[in-house]
Design a protein around this ligand. Structure first.
Ligand SMILES: Cc1cc2nc3c(=O)[nH]c(=O)nc-3n(C[C@H](O)[C@H](O)[C@H](O)COP(=O)(O)OP(=O)(O)OC[C@H]3O[C@@H](n4cnc5c(N)ncnc54)[C@H](O)[C@@H]3O)c2cc1C
Length: 422
């Protein structure tokens, strides 16, 4: 590398992290006329944004809860739940976070969550389709919603809490009998099941390819892409600077969109947020003849999803509370597969090992989007939890407008970093 090649490149904004959140933010900044450098240590969209269930959820007004029923807790402790699994040492470390998470599941917490998230969900599908249209990624999008499946009448009745909020926010749904489920998805063994169809959501056949396509458009439009370790970003000359593989990158403003790794940088800078990680797995299976799905289906009690993808049926698991960097636990996908096969025959596995990803989760289940509380010129867009694929484009647009000094198209107050300021 010659000294000339290693010259510093300057941009208006550097976006740290090229998952769905970072790439969407970068595209929106570019649309607003700013020069943008996207920074990642890998190819874009290779972490959580790669392996999710690909659902863009119009519904979802009740945050995921900590199970408190004794039977469910016993099942979790003995490793028999495919919805939640735990590493006990991690649970002890996370006790303060879990307390806050539990409090956010109270009636008042749910009310606050639903009000904060509703405007973002209202725009989620539209914002995805807008980016898909602009970047020629529409071929990955599928309409027709998704299904919630319930194995017991009790669970179906408990799910009415979510449906009540859907009624409040005007989100369409249809309650399904076993016969209705069979008509919508003939491959499912629907006997004894109840279900709910959420027709206003959409889904994609390949989340990783969607991000790759968004990113290619960003590059085509003149965006910069640099491989660098974002933990090494430092404040310099009234802006932010990082050493990339091909030289130094400088920008007046920086966005932290590092998903589950956001604290690796922020804690080093001296700014802290209660970010925990909920891990999840996926595995692809060859659909057996006549056993395909036309939309994602979620087994609510067992916490897994089955999504038809370009690479076969993708089985994604529920939540594992374990250290982000601990080795994967293959037993979790095995358990989910056993439960999934009670609903649909799954053919040969199409990969040797399950994929594992980390959902970046704040205790109120909302992301932080807005200016850093400590550093002028530093902006935050992380903590999207179970909904990052859904909300990445909409929070990307919101943050980009704030950085560009435009009137935000949605009220950002509910997602403000200030709610965690101490
Ligand atoms: C099993 C599973 C199923 C899911 N299903 C859905 C779903 O159906 N719908 C939905 O809306 N959401 C779903 N999610 C959640 C969703 O995937 C995440 O919320 C979302 O992908 C988070 O996006 P992100 O851009 O914040 O993070 P990521 O996609 O993880 O991106 C973070 C980026 O930061 C980069 N990075 C990290 N550290 C550094 C460093 N030091 N230097 C440089 N770069 C770095 C990484 O390489 C990565 O590219 C699911 C998640 C899982 C695990």
């Amino acid at each position: 590398m010659t000294a000339k090649n290693r010259q510093m490149q300057s941009f208006d904004v550097m976006v740290l992290g090229a998952g769905i959140v970072g790439v969407s933010t970068a595209l929106h900044l570019q649309r607003l006329g700013l020069s943008v450098a996207l920074i990642d240590r890998k190819h874009p969209g290779e972490e959580a944004s790669f392996g999710n269930a690909g659902i863009v959820q119009r519904n979802g007004f009740v945050p995921h809860a900590v199970p408190t029923q004794p039977l469910k807790l016993l099942g979790i402790l003995f490793g028999r739940s495919s919805a939640v699994s735990l590493d006990i040492a991690t649970v002890f470390r996370l006790l303060p976070w879990l307390r806050q998470f539990h409090a956010a599941g109270s009636a008042r917490g749910v009310e606050a969550y639903s009000r904060a998230v509703a405007p973002f969900r209202a725009f989620a599908v539209e914002e995805h389709l807008d980016l898909a249209h602009a970047t020629n990624a529409e071929r990955f999008y599928r309409h027709g919603g998704w299904l919630h499946l319930y194995r017991s009448e009790t669970a179906f009745q408990e799910g009415d809490f979510e449906r009540q909020y859907a009624r409040v926010f005007g989100v369409a749904y249809r309650e399904l009998s076993a016969g209705d489920i069979g008509s919508l998805e003939p491959a499912l063994s629907a006997q004894g099941l109840r279900g709910v169809h959420w027709p206003e959501s959409c889904s994609v056949s390949n989340p990783g390819a969607v991000i790759d396509t968004f990113w290619r458009h960003f590059i085509y439009e003149g965006g910069g892409y640099f491989r660098a370790d974002a933990r090494k970003v430092k404040q310099e000359s009234g802006g932010w600077q990082v050493e990339g593989e091909l030289g130094t990158v400088f920008a007046r403003q920086a966005v932290v969109a590092l998903g589950a790794w956001s604290m690796d940088l922020l804690e080093r800078l001296g700014e802290s947020y209660p970010l925990a990680v909920k891990r999840g797995y996926h595995m692809h299976y060859r659909p057996l003849s006549g056993a395909s799905l036309s939309r994602p289906v979620v087994d609510v009690e067992n916490g897994f999803a089955l999504t038809p993808t370009d690479n076969g049926i993708r089985l994604t698991t529920g939540v594992e509370l374990a250290e982000r960097d601990a080795p994967p636990n293959p037993a979790i996908i095995k358990l989910a597969k056993r439960r999934a096969e009670e609903l649909i025959p799954l053919g040969r596995a199409l990969q040797d090992q399950p994929w594992m990803g980390s959902r970046p989760c704040l205790p109120d289940s909302l992301p932080v989007v807005g200016p850093s509380v400590k550093f002028p010129g530093l902006w935050l867009n992380f903590g999207h939890g179970h909904d990052g694929f859904t909300l990445g484009p909409v929070t990307g647009r919101l943050l980009a407008s704030m950085i560009a000094g435009k009137q935000p198209f949605l009220d950002p107050a509910g997602l403000s970093p200030l709610r965690f300021a101490t």
